[in-house]
Design a protein around this ligand. Structure first.
Ligand code: ZN
Ligand code: CU
Length: 484
């Protein structure tokens, strides 16, 4: 047997500053990669390598983990995943907000499930069929996939505007169990949305019961992120406690002007709950949100921009106020005329956004909507915006903390073993970026501009992003959840 040190590295990222993803300050070190793993971190100037890549002046960090995505179908349809790899993302968590592409065979799924649809996309009757497709035609990034409670409802219930019957609850629980057994890492709910708004807390607990036996995670777009957010938090904590499973509060925010400042109330509640049970949260770095076009949201928002509109595609990118004026209606009354459609809503307060991002345990998740014609810029800009705007320019937290919030913390919370840190033996999911220039370029006006300062990105050892372009390597894998 040859000495491991005698085998040349496939490549060495030489001369950079390693930020290891464990919230420790950066250190000058080379990183040697062999196969799909990080083989060594340290002074490798005397080691043999097939390729030596000079990254002096740059940071070498674990590839970013996007804790909150709607990439279920995008992974299959746009396997280069350019909106994500161009930011340094190497793993996406899918199936959020109650919405997953599987298990559901449906020609025209109800909103907001249609956010994932490119026409005929809901074609996986079993969750394992979806994971098999992802393994057969992998994407450039890894995927950790959750199953959505609204998708289960759509699969089982002929009418979604009511509580589920005991038989329907049982049928959903069986589908959930099957999904978790085949590799889903958890279940998400979106009781904010019409398909699940009538679901009771008891229904959710029963459907999610298999999480306990499979060691899965519970993530939720809560019932209310405005006036009744405290009740929604309490419901979330109760579900986690009764099931004895970890919960993730998705895209934590407080919406609507009357609620501005209330993160001062929610964060202490979340912190108190963390002392009793396993709770985590994520957030995106913008004061605007985006989802389906909804009348109640229009009322809460200061400004609304249409992101897509089936009956009038030419309205993508337009202000709802203008469209309403042209049609001689109020912005509230014009909403039904435009369905189905999506929108961006300016409805948060910057100090709340900063307070939530800065809160120690907050992870970074984009909540990007990749199929939208004029997407919210978070799809292309979330991670560089945290590193550039919020960390470097505003000094909200040190760089090692920013990196930790998008790597090591997220890997630990979602149970992604041997990911999220630059450590010998870990998978070589890596990003090289320039800390002086990293910045988001996507704006509400130009939402698909690529971020600046991302030098190169590696997934399972394979380069996927070099010289500002996809390399052609579909190196992503389906990840399982490992509980500590
Ligand atoms: Zn959501
Ligand atoms: Cu979401």
């Amino acid at each position: 047997m040859s000495q491991p040190d005698a085998t040349p590295f496939d490549y060495i990222l030489a001369g950079g500053t390693v930020i290891d993803g464990a919230n420790t300050p950066g250190q000058r070190a080379d990183v040697g990669v062999r196969g799909d793993r990080i083989a060594a971190v340290g002074d490798l100037s005397a080691s043999a390598a097939r390729r030596r890549i000079d990254v002096s002046g740059k940071v070498v960090a674990p590839g970013f983990i996007d804790s909150h995505t709607h990439d279920d179908n995008y992974l299959l349809k746009h396997r280069d995943m350019t909106p994500k790899i161009s930011q340094g993302v190497t793993t996406v968590v899918t199936g959020n907000c109650g919405i997953s592409l599987a298990p559901l065979a449906h020609a025209s799924p109800p909103a907001p499930l249609d956010l994932l649809d490119e026409g005929g996309s809901y074609r996986f009757a079993r969750f394992s069929d979806y994971l098999d497709a992802l393994r057969a035609t992998p994407a450039a990034v890894n995927a950790a996939c959750m199953v959505g409670h609204s998708t289960l409802r759509a699969a089982v219930m002929p009418d979604l505007q009511r509580e589920a019957t005991p038989d329907e609850v049982q049928a959903m629980q069986t589908l959930a169990d099957d999904a978790l057994a085949s590799g889903a890492i958890g279940i998400s709910t979106g009781t904010f949305y019409p398909p699940a708004a009538r679901a009771t807390t008891e229904e959710i607990i029963e459907v999610c019961r298999p999480l306990n036996t499979h060691g899965g995670i519970y993530a939720t777009h809560m019932r209310d992120e405005g006036e009744h957010i405290v009740e929604a938090l309490e419901e979330t904590f109760r579900i986690g406690r009764e099931l004895d499973v970890p919960v993730v509060i998705s895209h934590h925010k407080v919406m609507g002007q009357p609620n501005f400042g209330r993160s001062q109330e929610t964060l202490p509640l979340i912190e108190a709950a963390m002392a009793r049970q396993d709770v985590s949260l994520d957030a995106y770095p913008y004061v605007a949100g985006s989802t389906m076009l909804k009348q109640d949201r229009v009322l809460l928002a200061g400004r609304t921009i249409i992101t897509w509109c089936k009956p009038f595609p030419e309205l993508s990118g337009r202000d709802l106020d203008e469209v309403a004026a042209e049609r001689g209606k109020s912005k509230y009354d014009v909403v039904p005329d435009l369905q189905p459609a999506g929108a961006i809503y300016f409805m948060m307060d910057e100090p709340d956004v900063q307070r939530i991002l800065k809160f120690g345990p907050t992870m970074i998740g984009s909540d990007g909507l990749p199929h939208d014609e004029r997407p919210h810029p978070r799809l292309w800009g979330t991670f560089p915006r945290v590193l550039g705007h919020y960390c470097r320019d505003l000094g909200l937290f040190p760089l090692e903390t920013a990196v930790w919030k998008m790597t090591g913390l997220t890997a630990a919370k979602f149970g992604l073993a041997e990911r999220g840190q630059v450590q010998p033996g870990y998978f070589a999911d890596l990003v090289v970026f320039d800390p002086a220039t990293v910045a988001d370029a996507a704006t509400f006006e130009r939402p698909t501009e690529r971020a600046a300062g991302i030098h190169s990105v590696y997934v399972n050892g394979a380069p996927v992003w070099e010289d500002q372009a996809f390399t052609g390597q579909h190196a992503g894998r389906v990840l399982n959840r490992t509980t500590a």
